[in-house]
Ligand binder design. Structure first.
Ligand code: PHB
Length: 390
């Protein structure tokens, strides 16, 4: 309560003290991009920042007569820092839009600031279903874990996998992944003998993997956030889980394209479901990947990059639609209902939920030209977040 009052007072003060500053700002459109640039989620920050800059390099920094200014801040993926940075960006910088949000707790920490200041918040990474319900000013360009998990729970039992142990990071997206995978897999006649949760910070997967080895399910379903997949894969291989006949499956976060090429042969054959693969074979994606790699020393864009790239498009289109006038409510209105072709395929920002509707692909890790790729072999079209249908 006290925190809320402080935020409101700060915002009121800022609005009262404009005048000359407002004139100077009139032709600038500011995007406050808050990302984890250091720490455990640093790859997410690096990917999204690179993608946002690529979007601006390709589309210019003047939109409907306004000069777009991108202000990047590092929250080190600590939600208290995210909240403080968001407040500073709204109050001092008077940003028109907030964006980024590497992890769910960061998005939830900023939601009240978006609501109170009527600043649209474009969530480009965080993927817990409920985030969009935390503020009417949130629009999401990433994905949700229920969206990604259900397809795999339909695929697995048709492909010889009858029992699955789940292993997820113990926070919002992991709990969503566990619930939506498990419920659907049980509905499809599968068995889930155990559900395991590992801490988000500095996880040690070894004791959990030992437990899985003892339980000997047909497969282990994994969700860990982007950046943590390589550690899981390494320990899975070291413990000989694959040799013991246990398959690894998961949402595509575990075979993250940012790390996949360094995971080695243990990743070969791993089946995941997700909304984006660097190997997605469309012309739009080939162009996106080539230009992203050219601008970033050959770094592969991953699903975080595509969330950032599409989030920038949503912001640019909204500014265009308002004729450069902006304004929180007008921008928000212009973000709702956007339809476009993303590097991931066709997408749609559902006007009712403000969440993204998109294809979910089933993919298998394969080696081509000496490199590992998530090769898509099936698609479920236009998937809405199942977390919203209740
Ligand atoms: C999240 O915290 O919402 C999150 C982070 C990384 C992912 C997915 C979800 O890969």
């Amino acid at each position: 309560m006290q925190k809320r009052t402080m935020i409101q007072a700060a915002i009121a003060l800022a609005l009262a003290g404009t005048g000359g500053a407002a004139l100077a700002q009139a032709n600038v459109f500011k995007i406050g991009l808050i990302l984890p640039m250091t720490g455990q989620q640093a790859t997410t920050g690096r990917q999204i920042e690179a993608a946002a800059k690529l979007w601006m390099a390709q589309n210019g920094d003047t939109v409907a007569g306004k000069k777009v200014q991108l202000i990047v801040k590092d929250d080190t993926s600590l939600p208290d820092v995210t909240r403080r940075l968001a407040q500073e960006l709204v109050v001092n910088e008077k940003v028109d839009v907030l964006a980024g949000m590497g992890i769910t707790p960061s998005a939830l920490a900023v939601a009240p600031i978006a609501t109170q200041s009527k600043t649209p918040l474009v969530v480009m990474a965080a993927a817990t279903s409920s985030i969009t319900e935390a503020s009417p000013f949130i629009v999401r360009s990433s994905f949700t874990l229920p969206q990604a998990s259900v397809a795999l729970a339909d695929w697995a039992p048709k492909n010889g996998i009858k029992s699955v142990v789940t292993l997820v990071s113990d926070y919002g997206p992991g709990i969503d992944a566990e619930k939506y995978f498990k419920d659907r897999f049980l509905f499809n006649g599968g068995k889930v003998p155990e559900t395991l949760r590992v801490p988000l910070r500095n996880p040690d997967f070894a004791p959990f993997l030992q437990k899985v080895r003892d339980l000997k399910p047909d497969a282990l379903f994994v969700f860990v956030p982007s950046g943590a997949g390589a550690a899981v894969m390494k320990q899975f291989g070291e413990r000989g889980m694959d040799k013991a006949g246990i398959k690894l499956i998961g949402t595509g976060d575990v075979t993250d394209d940012d790390q996949l090429n360094d995971m080695g042969d243990v990743a070969l054959g791993v089946v995941t479901s997700h909304h984006y693969s660097t190997a997605h074979p469309s012309a739009a994606n080939k162009k996106f990947v080539a230009e992203f790699q050219k601008a970033n020393k050959n770094l592969r864009p991953n699903f975080m990059a595509v969330g950032g790239y599409d989030g920038m498009r949503v912001i640019y289109e909204a500014l265009k639609k308002t004729g450069g006038k902006g304004g929180g409510e007008a921008l928000l209105g212009a973000m709702k209902g956007q339809i476009f072709e993303s590097p991931r395929g066709p997408v749609f920002i559902d006007a009712q939920t403000r969440d993204i509707v998109q294809n979910i692909y089933l993919r298998k890790v394969e080696k081509k030209d000496g490199q590992l790729w998530n090769v898509e072999f099936d698609v479920i079209k236009d998937v809405k977040d199942p977390g919203k249908s209740k």
